[in-house]
Design a protein around this ligand. Sequence first.
Ligand SMILES: CC(C)(COP(=O)(O)OP(=O)(O)OC[C@H]1O[C@@H](n2cnc3c(N)ncnc32)[C@H](O)[C@@H]1OP(=O)(O)O)[C@@H](O)C(=O)NCCC(=O)NCCS
Length: 438
Amino acid sequence: MTTAMSEEYKLVARPGEIPFARGLEGVITAESTKSYVDGIGGKLFYHGIPIEVLAERSTFEEVVFLLLYDRLPTRGELAAFQERMAAEREISDFVYQLVAARAGMPRAHSMAVLRSAVSCLSGFDAAAESDADADQEQEAVRIVSQMATVVAAIGRARAGLPAVRPRRDLSHAANLLWMLTGRDPDPYEARVMDLLLILHADHECNASTFAVVVVKSTLADMYSAVVAGIGALKGPLHGGANEDVMRMIKEIGAPEQARAWAEEAIAQKRKIPGFGHRVYKTMDPRARILRQYAEEMARRAGTGRWLQIADALQATIQERLGAKGIWPNVDFYSGIVMASMGIPEELFTPVFAVSRAAGWVAHALEQAKDNRIYRPRFVYVGPEEAPYVPLEDREAPGPREGTGPAESQEKPVGMENPDARKRQQAEGPARERERKFA
Ligand SMILES: CC(C)(COP(=O)(O)OP(=O)(O)OC[C@H]1O[C@@H](n2cnc3c(N)ncnc32)[C@H](O)[C@@H]1OP(=O)(O)O)[C@@H](O)C(=O)NCCC(=O)NCCS
């Protein structure tokens, strides 16, 4: 954990000398009224309401309202909000064209196309650079609404198909399916898509939401903040894990091979996609809910084999790593659910972004209300003083020389941080003594 530092405390140290939380683990960065994760009990609440209740009884639009305004809407408010979101759905032809051109690039990842397109949306929003509260709130609703249109356009373009324009008479989830397929959505699939959107909408201070609030804390515009969120969500340690899960399930190929595959992955100390979480040390409640729906989706789509592989894998991981707090997270079953709906793997993370956009903008507005710029510190562990060697006198480092200063420095004296302690133990007692008494 971080220590209280006096004014004179010099943040220059030898590696491991000053304790700090790697990856900001356990660090509280702000107060928030949006969502709460109980990582030990395996619970998630949006503004105090259990996720199971919202999954069962709510809609994505109602959840967006809850996250933005910290209360459930009345019947009239919900109808007006649904209409407002529907009215914001259409995007400029320019953005459709940009998506088609960008999606056609051979190396364009769907999240990279989404990043470009959302950035471009700001060029069509007259209030994009305004920091008036009402304008920011309008942008928030617009971004959540238009994100679905952009993601569907990406899906269509990647499949070599023309974009399907949004409809105003459908829910956000049903309209997303309509724009993806050009067909009237099956009511059950629309319900499952709504559920996916509800479950992914917010998750307190996750990496992408934190990226969003950091950008917003500089008083940058809402679009810039959301683009930062898209960038963070793309990573395989965060939203990108759902794609990896599906690839893994296909690679395993059969339920009977799951145990051997898992044993090998564990032996090689590989991080298994869809498992583990910084906060949950038990089953992610969203994974539990999705598992129930995955059953019916797989039955309808004839993809039960994927689910059998997933279940066999989960049983082994739970048996081998459960005690260590490694359990399925939301990404473990979401891929199977989406794939069973016919959504291609490359759209899994963009669909996640359609939902998480709600949390991003809600937290960005919350940040703007009581803003202070994020400006933490790094512990500087480089050389305290170094000569400036003239260019003509410099030599390239030898093959065994590291680029960092650690090897050339004295041994660190204190080892408060647990990561440093783990490293220290791994290096053995002699090295530990040497460090302590250097
Ligand atoms: C989510 C995640 C990034 C959290 O990382 P973290 O809090 O930094 O956890 P750490 O990397 O410190 O892992 C702690 C321990 O659990 C192990 N572990 C964590 N996730 C694991 C996984 N998916 N499979 C196997 N072991 C895992 C680590 O190897 C480490 O073991 P060690 O103490 O013996 O070295 C990590 O669990 C992960 O990479 N999961 C897979 C990707 C994923 O599904 N992401 C979506 C999250 S919603």
